[in-house]
Design a protein around this ligand. Structure first.
Ligand SMILES: Cc1cc2nc3c(=O)[nH]c(=O)nc-3n(C[C@H](O)[C@H](O)[C@H](O)COP(=O)(O)OP(=O)(O)OC[C@H]3O[C@@H](n4cnc5c(N)ncnc54)[C@H](O)[C@@H]3O)c2cc1C
Length: 431
């Protein structure tokens, strides 16, 4: 497709995108603002890495397509293999825990830093990919007529500013800012944006739970009880006896930052499972908070971006994190990018212009179902702001029915897991 590609940001989207484009360009440079090498500890550029990152089965599937051998590498890194229908306990207010069923929906419990470290190691094996850490993208350069991206202006740790030339620039910085400035500089309008104000607050602590008190599942989710109680909780096993515990609130009801109030908050969840599991636990020195005010989405269409410039991952769409969709969508977009590059490579005319139109519009279609899956329950809360889907009543009823049916009907349970795990429609259907 060309000589050089640059990917901005070494988060899940950037690592996946670098892998996806590595088969089509002679040199791929991945620039990451954080100087630190990936380790099992969270890093500054990804503050959300201190909070549980549930790897859905759909995320694992897409990442495994890009990084063959990923499951093996995760196992070697100490990630805990899980089967979503058996090892992930979902508790629904007023109804109880979904029954355990052996449904083939595999995944892993791993922290976000561990996942990133494993993906980075695998990417490093690509001899044409260079990962430059401690290098921040300052801006995206374009041709004088604005028709195409020509590279990225970067600043390294010593403050030296350089231009890296590129035929393709993939923006995986997690924000729209760099693209917005590039579009403004060439006089193109911003694509239409959409935001849903959700006012989500996270507080997470890492607890030690002795073996005789450890729950016998890998992940527990106690769902909130809309429309008036937006509190939910997560318990995620990250190593033997080590659990990430997350409390979530909404709007004016934010989870606290001190440990006594954290325990009190846990006791107010719809079930007592999490507070029971914490009875014998050794609490952490420190709790970490995160505010997520709104889900955002940019609807790029044909002609929105110049040739050779593509947004991916959170730069395109940031989902309410409680539904665990972001990594799956980022990885699925990277798989799509690889597929489009394959068809693009065989085109006689300017493939990169075609790609700049095709990729974001196809991503918009890919994002639609997960966006709706989280927007609908979010709109059940009166504090949520934004444009409610016109068929909201019908959708919320259908989602509620699916959840209820999943308790007594395995086929419905499979459908529910398929939706929650962003698997292709019918993927888990009974034969
Ligand atoms: C609190 C929270 C919890 C979440 N939990 C889940 C979950 O359970 N499951 C799930 O699937 N998803 C979850 N997500 C979403 C998930 O983190 C992202 O959707 C997914 O990782 C894709 O993000 P990304 O790679 O596009 O962006 P990011 O993860 O934000 O990565 C962007 C990268 O770009 C770098 N960068 C930024 N600017 C520059 C620049 N100018 N130059 C160079 N580098 C730059 C940053 O340092 C960073 O490394 C959660 C998100 C949040 C906020």
């Amino acid at each position: 497709m060309g000589e050089d590609a640059v990917v901005i940001g070494a988060g899940i989207a950037g690592l996946s995108a670098a892998m996806a484009v590595s088969g089509f360009f002679r040199n791929v440079t991945l620039v990451e603002r954080d100087a630190t090498e990936p380790s099992d500890d969270p890093r500054a550029g990804v503050p959300q890495g201190r909070h549980p990152h549930v790897l859905t089965s759909g995320a694992l599937r897409a990442l495994e397509e890009l990084f063959p051998g990923l499951s093996q590498a995760l196992t070697e890194a100490g990630a805990l293999p899980l089967s979503a229908g058996w090892d992930i306990r979902q508790e629904v207010p007023g109804v109880g825990a979904l029954p355990q069923r052996r449904i083939p929906c595999p995944t892993f419990a791993a922290t976000r830093p561990v996942l990133e470290r494993v993906l980075s190691q695998s990417l490093k094996a690509q001899t044409n990919v260079t990962i430059r850490r401690g290098v921040a993208a300052l801006g995206i350069s374009t041709a004088p007529d604005g028709s195409r991206a020509t590279g990225v202006r970067v600043e390294d740790e010593d403050g030296e500013v350089k231009d890296i030339k590129a035929d393709l620039v993939v923006d995986a910085s997690g924000r729209i800012g760099l693209i917005a400035r590039a579009l403004e500089a060439i006089g193109r309008p911003m694509p239409r944006g959409e935001a849903i104000g959700i006012g989500i607050g996270y507080t997470t602590g890492v607890f030690r739970i002795p073996s005789d008190a450890e729950p016998d599942f890998g992940i527990l989710v106690t769902w909130a009880d809309p429309p008036h109680n937006g509190r939910s909780g997560y318990l995620v096993k990250i190593a033997d006896n080590v659990w990430q515990v997350l409390m979530v609130g909404r709007g004016g009801d934010q989870p606290p930052a001190d440990i006594d109030s954290f325990y009190d908050f846990a006791r107010t969840l719809a079930t007592s499972s999490i507070s029971d599991a914490l009875k014998k636990a050794c609490p952490p020195q420190k709790l970490t908070r995160f505010r997520f005010p709104e889900s955002t989405r940019w609807r790029f269409g044909a002609g929105s971006a110049p040739a050779g410039l593509l947004p991916i991952g959170d730069s395109l769409c940031r989902f309410n994190p409680i539904y665990g969709q972001g990594m799956a969508v980022a990885a699925q977009e990277a798989v799509l990018l690889r597929e489009l590059l394959q068809s693009c490579a065989s085109r006689a005319t300017d493939g990169l212009s075609w790609l700049a139109d095709e990729f974001p519009s196809r991503c918009d279609a890919l994002v639609e179902a997960p966006w709706m899956t989280s927007a609908v329950p979010d709109f059940a809360y009166p504090v949520t702001t934004g444009a409610r889907p016109q068929d909201f009543d019908e959708r919320i009823r259908a989602q509620g029915e699916l959840l209820q049916n999943a308790f007594h009907d395995e086929a419905a349970h499979r459908t529910l897991l398929g939706v929650q795990n962003l698997l292709p429609r019918g993927f888990l259907a009974l034969a």
